[in-house]
Design a protein around this ligand. Structure first.
Ligand code: GRG
Length: 302
């Protein structure tokens, strides 16, 4: 067990994912304006996207790494919610007609289908700014911690993160190699997983070695996660059951490049490397392992 400043009697939510996810959902609902508040269309769109059914992997990851005690639970929950807001903003933008042009997301019509394109774009911008506002407002964390969280978030979104990954993805053409596909997977998915783990590490006061190890853990987990999605898309396409796929149906993925068997092997390698890094990090492994098996069991992949 770590010995960071926030470690005490563990929060009762730590090993109970259903309750942790419910706590995240509840807090997300409190952190954004109510649907009755003006402008109702904007706030309705934000709530439509943010409060739809989701696995909440990123905030759960941050929470488990931070391993808060009861006193620090609320601060950690808010930081975790900020990550989920950024993730949701990226989904809204990814689904737009000028990007993936998707009709369904989180079992609901996409935000632009339900509220129009302009409102969807504004909802994404509002969510990102809400996220930074929340980080700045977590009074229970020292100012230096809050500013480190903001810096981690900014880097994960920007020119070395989600935005860069999306731009590369939009320009994907045939003839790419495995490295190019893995680079995009890293930027679009891995980076925010690592940022989530780093959130937990910074809040818990982990040392540099442990922080690096939990970052490696999150990177491998993110890459396994993306490969699992590609494997599922492939299976869905083969069975022609039309998962929530948009106009990127024909884009190269690790699965289309390596074939199902080698992609599956790469998935398993990432999981094994993730587990080795987890052990090195000193973060309590059992809740994490339970999280991982829950995620991939929900995807029907392990
Ligand atoms: C400015 C924040 C911002 C982003 C702009 C559009 C964009 C750049 C990036 C898109 C990145 C993207 C959509 C990556 C895909 C990540 C991914 C694996 C999504 C699915 O995540 P899950 O399975 O979904 O965790 P839930 O619904 O459970 O949260």
């Amino acid at each position: 067990e770590g010995s960071g400043p926030l470690r005490g009697a563990p929060s009762p939510l730590l090993a109970d994912f259903t309750r942790l996810r419910e706590a995240i959902d509840r807090r997300l609902g409190e952190l954004v304006p109510s649907a009755e508040q003006r402008p109702q269309s904007l706030n309705g769109a934000i709530r439509h996207a943010l409060l739809a059914p989701s696995k909440r992997v990123r905030p759960v990851l941050a929470y488990l790494v931070a391993a808060p005690d009861e006193a620090s639970h609320a601060a950690v929950l808010d930081a975790a919610c900020a990550l989920e807001m950024v993730h949701t903003a990226s989904l809204i933008l990814d689904d737009l007609p000028c990007m993936d042009d998707a009709a369904l997301r989180r079992q609901r019509p996409t935000t632009h289908v339900a509220f129009g394109e302009a409102t969807a774009i504004l909802a994404a911008i509002a969510l990102m700014n809400c996220a930074y506002g929340i980080l700045a407002d977590i009074d229970a964390l020292p100012a230096e911690t809050r500013s480190r969280l903001s810096a981690i978030m900014a880097r994960a979104i920007g020119c070395e993160g989600l935005v860069a990954g999306q731009e590369l993805d939009l320009n994907f053409r045939d003839g790419l190699d495995r490295d190019a596909v893995e680079d995009v997977n890293w930027l679009k998915t891995g980076v925010l997983f690592v940022a989530s783990a780093e959130f937990g590490a910074v809040i818990a006061g982990l040392g540099p070695r442990e922080t690096a190890a939990i970052g490696r853990y999150a990177r491998h987990l993110g890459l396994a996660f993306q490969t699992a999605d590609d494997l599922l898309d492939q299976t869905a396409a083969a069975a022609d059951i039309g998962k929530d796929v948009g106009k990127d149906g024909g884009k190269p993925t690790l699965v289309s490049m390596l074939g199902v068997e080698r992609a599956r092997l790469s998935f398993e390698e990432h999981l094994a490397q993730a587990d080795a890094a987890l052990v090195e990090s000193g973060v309590s492994p059992e809740p994490m392992r339970a999280l991982v098996s829950r995620i991939f069991a929900a995807k029907g992949i392990v």
